[in-house]
Ligand binder design. Structure first.
Ligand SMILES: CNc1ncnc2c1ncn2[C@@H]1O[C@H](/C=C/CNC(=O)c2cc(-c3ccc(F)cc3)cc(O)c2O)[C@@H](O)[C@H]1O
Ligand SMILES: [Mg+2]
Length: 214
C-alpha cells in the first residue's frame, strides 16, 4: 500500500540528514516540504520566530500541543537548557511513531517526552502524572478549534503562572478566530502578533505570542 506523508518525510530525513545533527534534520524537512511534498510543519520562516521566542524565554518547562512529525519539537528541543522538561502531546499513534524516529535521528530523545494521547485528557493529568507545576512556554499547533478550550483548561488546571508564554501557530491560516478573539480581549493576557507566511508558501499566516498576566 502507498506510504503516508509522515513516512515519506521520515525517509527524507533518514536519507538527507546527519544522525545527531538537529540542524540537518530541520533543513532536510524544509527542503523536502518546499521542493517535494508540502507538509504542515511550522516551517523555516515561522520557525525562526519560534526560535527567537524560545531563546528569549529560555524555558525550564515547555508543552507542545500537536507533535505531528516532530519538526517544531526538534526546533524547540535543540535550544533548551540542560535539565529542561519538554512534553509534547500527539494522539495519532502512527504519527507519534514517525515523530519518535525523527526526534531520535536528531539525537534529542533525552530532552523530549512525547506522550501519546489527547490534550483534553492529558492536560488535567500534567501535575500528578508528569510532575509539572506550571509551563514557562506552551506551543499550540494542534487542531485549530482546540486552541481555545485547551487554553481555558490549562488556566483551570493552574498550569499557567504570571509570565507564562503561549505561542500559537496558524492564527491566520487555517485560522483560530475564537482563540484570537479571546486572548486579545482577555485582561489576563498581553498579546503580540508576528506576521509571517504559511509554511513553504506566500500565503499570509502568523504566530500569536501571549503572556499570561496571572
Ligand atoms: C485535540 N487534541 C489533540 N491532542 C493531541 N494531538 C492532537 C490533538 N489535535 C491534533 N493533534 C495532532 O496534532 C497534529 C495536528 C495538527 C493540526 N494542524 C493543522 O491542521 C495545520 C494545518 C495547516 C494548513 C494550512 C493551509 C492548508 F491549506 C492546509 C493545512 C497548517 C498548519 O501549520 C497546521 O498546523 C496531528 O498530528 C494530530 O494527530
Ligand atoms: Mg501549524
Amino acid at each position: 500500500t502507498r506510504s503516508t506523508r509522515p513516512q515519506r518525510l521520515l525517509h527524507a530525513v533518514q536519507k538527507n540528514a546527519t544522525r545527531g545533527d538537529p540542524r540537518s534534520v530541520i533543513n532536510a524537512i524544509d527542503q523536502f516540504c518546499r521542493h517535494k511534498e508540502w507538509a504542515m510543519n511550522v516551517g523555516d520562516e515561522k520557525g525562526c520566530i519560534l526560535d527567537s521566542v524560545v531563546s528569549e524565554v529560555n524555558p525550564s518547562t515547555v508543552l507542545e500541543l500537536g507533535t505531528y512529525c516532530g519538526y517544531s519539537t526538534v526546533r524547540i528541543a535543540r535550544l533548551l537548557p540542560p535539565g529542561a522538561k519538554f512534553i509534547t502531546l500527539e494522539f495519532n499513534p502512527k504519527v507519534a511513531k514517525i515523530a519518535r524516529q525523527v526526534i531520535a535521528w536528531a539525537g534529542l530523545e533525552d530532552k523530549i517526552q512525547l506522550v501519546e494521547g489527547a490534550s483534553g485528557d492529558l492536560i488535567p493529568k500534567m501535575k500528578e502524572q508528569f510532575g509539572v507545576e506550571t509551563f514557562d512556554l506552551v506551543f499550540l499547533d494542534h487542531w485549530k478549534d482546540r486552541y481555545l478550550p485547551d487554553t481555558k483548561l490549562m488556566e483551570e488546571c493552574g498550569l499557567l503562572k504570571k509570565g507564562s508564554i503561549l505561542l500559537a501557530d496558524n492564527v491566520i491560516c487555517p485560522g483560530t478566530p475564537d482563540y484570537l478573539e479571546y486572548i486579545r480581549n482577555s485582561p489576563r493576557y498581553k498579546s503580540q502578533y508576528f506576521k509571517s507566511h504559511l509554511e513553504y508558501t506566500k500565503v499570509e499566516d502568523g504566530l500569536e505570542k501571549s503572556v499570561f498576566l496571572g
